[in-house]
Write a protein that binds this ligand. Structure first.
Ligand code: NDP
Length: 484
């Protein structure tokens, strides 16, 4: 327990910083429900320290060469990989996700982002446009001080996915983790510092939505990048609009996973499991509407339920565990309420559906069959381990039904007919899609949503456009002709 208590709640200007005047912020271990650390929410004084130190530090950072900036980010990536075991154990305490997952999907994914954007930093250039003897050149310049606001499902990964492109482009970042999972981002701040990042460039503040809102309202903040739900996205986008600030919005989804009759059955079942039960279902891009073509439905449901019996629910710190608790009691209750709605509206429960009779926020992986498009569990983002299996007959029908949602984050197709795979994916309204796979998120690929699921993209070269701006400079080589 003591090792989980950080030196202080916030990390500002290169040091742990505390203000005990802030409201208490207990950190709860989802596997036991016990308090494992006690922090304080940021006060106005703490927010002021974070913004002013970031503003000062950003000017010098932007003046450094991309090579120098990139070297620091890549060094941080190496340190993260060296410390992956400890960081993963901490992430498991923060989120409840099994160590078997956090060892491969959290700090390592953060290291990938720092390595990738560290590598890109030196090649961020403008262009030269010749206009007769005159010419224009463009400069790719940073935005200034960026605010990152994170969800609680991937706290370490989200901190790195936002910090890496921001810092590579010469910005400062102030990151506010979800108040539910505040620990991981502090370690990333420590490591960036150890790697040589000048003080003030990556500050971490704790607190709830009001801390995020206070930062967005400050005129010194140039951009906000949010990972969160659609209702929060609307509020944050509206607040940012007051200052016409840049935004990236990574929001929720209710994504379709379409399984055609000719799909490889075992791969399709594996895809559906990854699309619904990884991180106990708390993944934004999950394919929670599983459309299964009639001819394969019975075999699919049989193999799915057989394989779910091999799921090991238990102590997330035990490497044998493959399914951990929900991250919070609130999210557990939300999920149980949706399961009750699924039953009440006539969906057929074929697996799970219950809270485990033990301490911690455990719930069984749950599958409903015979789900119809109008049912609540087929329309709302649940953000828990609840798979809705829907039947379909024709390709045209399933495309129309898959698109009949306001969300547009992800989509997947399983089929052996590659022509059909590309034809179907081409018509699906979603930003991050998969063919014969699900939920891969390599840093090299753009990640983000269409429709209500988001604005902008994270990862890949595309993220550079969201953390920098172009200045164009016209250069006249001859005399200036004025009318008078
Ligand atoms: P929330 O929208 O509840 O919160 C997200 C973050 O925003 C939290 O840090 C929260 O603070 C903060 N916040 C809340 N209100 C405001 C406000 N008015 N101004 C500024 N900040 C605010 O999301 P959850 O944390 O519950 O995460 C789950 C959601 O995130 C799901 O919808 C999921 O789909 C989405 N998500 C999207 C991803 C993507 O990349 N597209 C990836 C992961 C999750 P606090 O909670 O501390 O009060």
């Amino acid at each position: 327990m003591t090792k989980l208590q950080p030196q202080a709640s916030h990390f500002i200007a290169g040091v742990y910083t505390e203000d005990t005047q802030g409201d208490p912020l207990p950190v709860i271990y989802p596997a036991t429900g016990q308090v494992i650390a006690e922090l304080h929410q940021a006060t106005p004084a703490i927010i002021e320290q974070a913004i002013s130190s970031a503003q000062t530090a950003q000017v010098e950072w932007a003046a450094m060469s991309g090579t120098e900036r990139g070297r620091i980010l890549r060094r941080a990536a190496d340190i993260i990989r060296d410390r992956n075991q400890d960081l993963s154990v901490l992430e498991t305490y923060d989120t409840g996700k099994p160590l078997s997952e956090t060892l491969v999907a959290d700090a390592t994914s953060g290291a990938d982002a720092l390595e990738y954007f560290g590598g890109l930093a030196a090649s961020l250039t403008g262009e030269h446009i010749q206009l007769g003897q005159d010419w224009v050149y463009t400069r790719r310049e940073p935005l200034g001080v960026c605010v990152g606001i994170g969800a609680w499902n991937y706290p370490t990964q989200i901190a790195c996915w936002k910090a890496a492109p921001a810092l590579a482009c010469g910005n400062a970042m102030i990151f506010k983790p979800s108040e539910v999972t505040p620990l991981g981002a502090l370690k990333i701040a420590e490591i960036l510092c150890q790697a040589g990042l000048p003080a003030g460039l990556f500050n971490v503040l704790q607190g709830g939505g009001s801390v995020g809102a206070a930062m967005i309202a400050d005129a010194r903040i140039d951009k906000v990048s949010l990972t969160g739900s659609v209702p929060t996205g609307r509020k944050v986008y509206a607040a940012a609009a007051q200052g016409l600030k840049h935004v990236t919005m990574e929001l929720g989804g209710k994504s379709p996973l379409i399984i055609f009759e000719d799909a490889d059955l075992e791969n399709a079942v594996s895809g559906a499991i990854l699309a619904n039960f990884y991180s106990s279902g708390q993944v934004c891009s999950n394919g929670t509407r599983v459309f299964v073509q009639n001819g394969i439905k019975d075999r699919f449901l049989t193999r799915l339920t057989e394989r779910l019996h091999d799921c090991v629910i238990g102590d997330p710190q035990d490497m044998a565990t493959t399914f951990g608790p929900m991250t919070s009691e609130t999210q557990l209750q939300i999920t149980l309420d949706y399961i009750a709605k699924g039953r009440a509206e006539g969906a057929r429960l074929i697996h799970g559906g219950n809270r485990l009779d033990q301490k911690g926020f455990y719930i069984e992986p749950t599958v409903f069959a015979d789900v119809t498009d109008d049912m609540t569990i087929a329309r709302d983002e649940i953000f828990g381990p609840v798979m809705a299996v829907l039947d379909f007959q024709t390709e045209d029908d399933v495309i129309a039904r898959a698109n009949a949602t306001d969300f547009g984050l992800s989509a997947g197709v399983f089929t052996r007919d590659l022509t059909r795979a590309h034809r179907v994916i081409g018509q699906i309204q979603a930003g991050t899609c998969f063919i014969n796979s699900y939920n891969d998120a390599p840093v090299e690929a753009p990640f983000g949503g269409m429709k209500l699921s988001g604005v902008g993209r994270e990862n890949s070269k595309e993220a550079i456009n969201h953390y920098s701006q172009l200045k164009s400079v016209y250069v006249r080589m001859g005399d200036v002709e004025a009318p008078y």
